[in-house]
Design a protein around this ligand. Structure first.
Ligand SMILES: [Zn+2]
Length: 507
């Protein structure tokens, strides 16, 4: 109950020094200690804080930083492999090597490509057969060009925090590699995510093929149900196998979709689609009669025109989303910026926010979560969040795409749209190590946004302090009903007998 001793309950700073007040907050590991004791709700249970008379700007900043450091963080978007998959290399097509360069593989590799690193050097950098010094020689000519991007900053912070190395160099890469090996051992997911990053739980959109992943840590690595293959393609083999349903009509396919929600709706934390990588999210409500002939063509593997494909996708998108809504599941949709390089149709992404507004209009009962602040069109998405009751914004990935823009978005959201519709963090990684760097950047950005709003007098310090717990974990617990999910996941058939997955969250 560290948070009960906080300076907000104390007399004004006239009678107590800032340093003393901060000391009473405990160490920077307070949030982690709270999580470690499995009392992550402690922050919420803290007594209502007394009013604070205006301290100086530096004092306010320090108070906010400390409050943000202490608050348990809920991570609403990851693509993390299971820990055992990382350790035994069973998903090796996505894990090209098992050394320190892996931290660069998702997303910093894209900055390396676009700064001009030759493909042959990239391939060698991520290959298993090159020693640390050899990898450094490949990286060194390009490192100065990328080392300050958000993608690189997350990696550098992780390398510093996990391996104790401040600066990559010919002489330090050996220590980075031995640090990598020391860390990458059974239990490292909890050590990094929970103990170091202060993360209470994650929400994973698995990329290893299954629409719903039965995690070994079900209440800690909570999972999204992937719906993209229900309407894109659709991926009949993948989704129908195991359901016992033979798909000969659109009606059969509807039953397959329903099967997934009946089986996993209670365990999934949300549904997720990254379909915006293929087209705009402008899904119209198309009746089954219009979609059926196209679906028959797909079954016969006949050629389907672009217009026909859109018609079928639109129909099935809403069939899946209506199922999600009926099962109380929020609908997470990718918007904005593309991962990778040399392929983003920016002119199309400009329409994402407008299409998001139309989705909100078409289904007022659906809780939409628009991901990645629709970067770079975040001002437009903020207008959607302000106007539509059912629109929520997830800042996942944004702190490393453009940390300054993410901070700007957060400042603007706080003074524009209701705060209960904001999810401030998801690291969006396949590999666990850089999640720590991203989480540290997000906490820094949240504290900065609040402090700047206080300094600019758009926010009172008391109100800024009150926002911290709400943003860092309160909103996610409410939007995704995490108490209920945690209970269901602890009782899940595949979770019985798993060692010690009790999550760290409430309930
Ligand atoms: Zn993602």
């Amino acid at each position: 109950m560290l948070l009960r001793n906080n300076p907000m309950d104390m007399p004004t700073r006239k009678t107590i020094s800032r340093r003393a007040a901060l000391r009473s907050l405990g160490t920077t590991g307070a949030a982690i200690a709270v999580l470690g004791n499995r009392s992550g709700a402690a922050a919420e249970a803290a007594p209502s804080r007394g009013r604070q008379t205006a301290p100086s700007g530096a004092d306010a900043r320090e108070l906010l930083e400390e409050r943000v450091r202490q608050a348990p963080l809920i991570d609403t978007h990851e693509h993390l492999f299971e820990e055992k998959e990382r350790l035994d290399g069973s998903v090796n097509q996505r894990i090209p090597c098992d050394d320190w360069s892996l931290l660069f593989n998702h997303y910093l590799n894209s900055d390396l490509v676009t700064c001009g690193m030759p493909k042959t050097d990239i391939d060698r950098f991520f290959s298993p057969g090159v020693d640390p010094a050899g990898k450094w020689r490949l990286l060194a000519p390009h490192w100065p060009a990328v080392k300050n991007t958000g993608y690189a900053q997350a990696v550098r912070i992780s390398i510093r925090e996990l391996y104790g190395v401040d600066e990559l160099s010919e002489t330090s890469v050996g220590r980075v590699q031995s640090g990598y090996e020391r860390m990458r051992r059974p239990g490292f997911y909890r050590r990094i995510l929970q103990e170091r990053a202060g993360i209470e739980s994650c929400q994973v959109n698995s990329l290893t093929g299954e629409p719903f992943k039965k995690s070994d840590m079900p209440a800690f690595l909570m999972q999204d149900l992937s719906i993209v293959g229900m309407f894109s393609g659709p991926q009949i083999q993948k989704y129908a196998a195991g359901t016992g349903i033979e798909v000969r009509s659109l009606g059969d396919w509807h039953r397959v979709i329903e099967w997934w929600f009946e089986q996993y709706g209670r365990y999934a934390v949300a549904v997720k689609s990254q379909h915006a990588y293929s087209r705009d999210i402008d899904y119209a409500r198309v009746p089954a009669e219009e979609a059926e002939p196209v679906f028959q063509k797909v079954l016969r593997k006949d050629r389907v025109s672009r217009e026909e494909r859109k018609l079928l996708e639109d129909h099935l998108f809403w069939y899946s989303v209506d199922q999600a809504t009926a099962h109380g599941l929020p609908v997470k949709l990718h918007t904005g910026y593309y991962a990778g390089q040399d392929g983003m149709p920016l002119s199309r992404l400009r329409f994402n926010a407008g299409s998001a507004a139309e989705l909100c209009r078409l289904s007022p009962g659906t809780k939409f979560v628009f991901m990645h602040i629709c970067y770079p069109y975040y001002e437009e998405l903020l207008a959607v969040a302000k106007h539509w009751t059912n629109a929520h914004v997830d800042m996942c990935w944004s702190w490393i795409i453009n940390p300054v823009a993410a901070k700007e978005y957060l400042k603007k959201h706080i003074v524009t749209a209701p705060i209960n519709k904001l999810l401030p963090f998801g690291a969006d990684y396949m590999f666990v190590e850089p999640v720590l760097g991203h989480a540290i950047m997000a906490r820094r950005g949240v504290a900065q946004a609040l402090a700047e709003l206080v300094e600019e007098r758009w926010l009172q310090l008391d109100d800024a302090l009150d926002l911290v717990d709400r943003m860092l974990h309160g909103n996610a617990r409410a939007i995704f009903q995490l108490d209920r999910k945690t209970e269901a996941l602890r009782r899940a058939s595949w979770a019985r007998g798993l060692p010690g997955d009790r999550g760290s969250g409430p309930g």
